[in-house]
Design a binder for this molecule. Structure first.
Ligand SMILES: [Zn+2]
Length: 491
């Protein structure tokens, strides 16, 4: 494998820009080429998340190459949602390392601010698992689930989470390319508008326009790429075992450090993807830059302080990721119809079985069922799961996507039998991670409800089998009566 060097880099100012996306990309690309002292690259790799939807242009690599004066230079486009830029760098690196090309221009950009926020959120939300999207899950909603798990399960304090935004806004203040060049305080972050409980506006990235480019060469230049790695994980958040660590990040870091021949102890500056503040804390630990469970404290103490030395965590604040707001929805639910049906023995009020499937190879159980295991190329075995379980995390979306009522409560529930399940709820008052809930379906939409003592007894007797039949019948009739009473009170 050949050594790969970064010979030049260019970037536009990030923010609300009047130029077209090809214009922005040309600005960044020509700056990078000038920096490299290169007139013409051997190949171009273009990163854009979904220009077909955002700006209405397809065949985007050829379009951008032609637009910047390189119609005859081979160009390909790379897309991996919000990591498209990094993936394009990887593809450019691979071409040089393999000896296919001597000089590759890698250029990425997005143009989003000309669309209104609900539309932008909907377009970005298309990169979310379709089933979870159909429950109103948006990028902020999924980040909210992660943030709550991080705070409740790992003891990350609100001030620690807020400090990520404070630090990155302070970095942006010193960055002439940044979208928002203004300092914020912890109190401002904690007082900003709630977006996806517990995440507030200043925990989330803005919607921006801009582009960046690098020139990679086989010829010796200023910076050598010591190591590079790529990782992925299941698209659906419900198919993941943990919310507070990202498998994709760990896999990518492992590969990059292995190639480099050294570990995180030699890293002086780290620039992390911080679309939402909890992601930076998680990445700090997944990359091994701070010990597990210490990222929040380290951030509060100053740029990712370590016991022996300091790592500069430099998220430049120019464009902190992509999304803020709601996303695509697939169904609209009438709250009143739902309230009328829940607690009615004919329409709900009974814990019902949920169809799922189990992997014969790794044992992963999923709901709803999938034909193949997300982690293994084997066919899944159908299973029936109990419609009850424990809350893994939950969030309330205060600006839910079009078609959903505000405020939208979304929970991730670990069902009896192992599968994790995304569902709606009528309320989250008194709800905690670990709370026992029952799952009910109304018109094929699943809802969680808190489980009272009688409902738990009902579940127990159901599991106890035939011996408990008589008690089961008594408990069930009692439970139904209580359930109906409760629903009447709350509606
Ligand atoms: Zn499997």
């Amino acid at each position: 494998m050949l050594d790969v060097w970064v010979a030049g880099a260019g970037m536009t100012r990030i923010g609300r820009r009047s130029e077209s996306l090809p214009d922005l990309m040309a600005e960044a690309a020509h700056a990078a080429l000038r920096g490299a002292g290169l007139e013409r690259p051997d190949a171009i790799v273009v990163a854009a998340m979904n220009p077909e939807e955002f700006v209405g242009d397809g065949n985007f690599a050829s379009y951008v190459a032609t637009h910047m004066g390189f119609a005859e230079t081979p160009a390909i486009r790379i897309e991996t949602a919000t990591s498209s830029g990094a993936a394009a760098f990887y593809a450019g690196f691979a071409q040089i390392a393999a000896g296919l090309r001597r000089a590759v221009l890698v250029v990425g950009g997005e143009k989003m601010t000309h669309l209104d926020t609900p539309r932008v959120s909907e377009l970005i939300g298309r990169s979310i698992d379709p089933y979870e999207r159909s429950y109103g899950a948006t990028m902020p909603a999924l980040a909210g689930l992660v943030a709550r798990a991080l705070m409740a399960g790992h003891g990350v304090a609100p001030r620690e989470l807020a400090q990520v935004a404070v630090k990155n806004h302070a970095n942006a203040l010193r960055n002439p390319y940044a979208h928002f060049r203004r300092a914020v305080t912890i109190d401002e972050v904690l007082d900003s508008r709630m977006v996806a409980d517990p995440l507030r506006l200043l925990h989330c990235c803005p919607i921006s326009d801009g582009a960046a480019a690098v020139v990679l060469t086989a010829a010796h230049a200023g910076v050598r790429v010591a190591g590079i790695g790529q990782g992925t994980d299941t698209l659906a958040i419900r198919h993941r075992d943990v919310l507070t660590s990202f498998r994709a990040t760990r896999a990518a870091a492992l590969a990059a450090f292995a190639m480099a021949g050294f570990g995180p102890e030699r890293v002086d500056v780290a620039e992390l993807h911080d679309a939402f503040t909890p992601f930076e804390l998680i990445s700090l630990e997944d990359l091994g830059l701070v010990p597990a469970g210490k990222a929040g404290r380290a951030t509060l103490d100053g740029d990712g302080a370590r016991a022996d030395r300091r790592v500069r965590v430099a998220a430049h604040g120019a464009r902190r990721g992509v999304a803020s707001g709601g996303a695509h929805c697939a169904r609209s639910v009438d709250r009143r119809a739902r309230d009328e049906q829940l607690g009615d023995p004919a329409g709900g009020g009974v814990i019902e079985p949920i169809q799922g499937s189990r992997c014969p190879a790794c044992g992963l159980t999923v709901a709803p069922p999938t034909p193949f295991c997300p982690r293994d190329p084997v066919e899944m075995t159908p299973v029936e799961l109990e419609g009850a379980g424990e809350i893994v995390s939950f969030t309330t979306l205060h600006s839910p996507p079009a078609g959903f009522r505000s405020s939208l409560h979304i929970a991730l529930v670990a069902l009896e039998g192992g599968a994790r399940f995304i569902c709606h709820g009528a309320e989250t008052r008194g709800l905690r991670i670990g709370s026992r809930v029952a799952i009910e379906a109304v018109d094929d939409v699943y809802y969680f409800s808190h489980l009272g003592a009688l409902d738990r007894a009902r579940l127990f007797w159901r599991r106890a089998g035939r011996a408990g039949d008589r008690m089961h019948a008594i408990t069930r009739s009692l439970a139904k009566r209580v359930w109906k009473g409760k629903e009447r009170v709350s509606s």
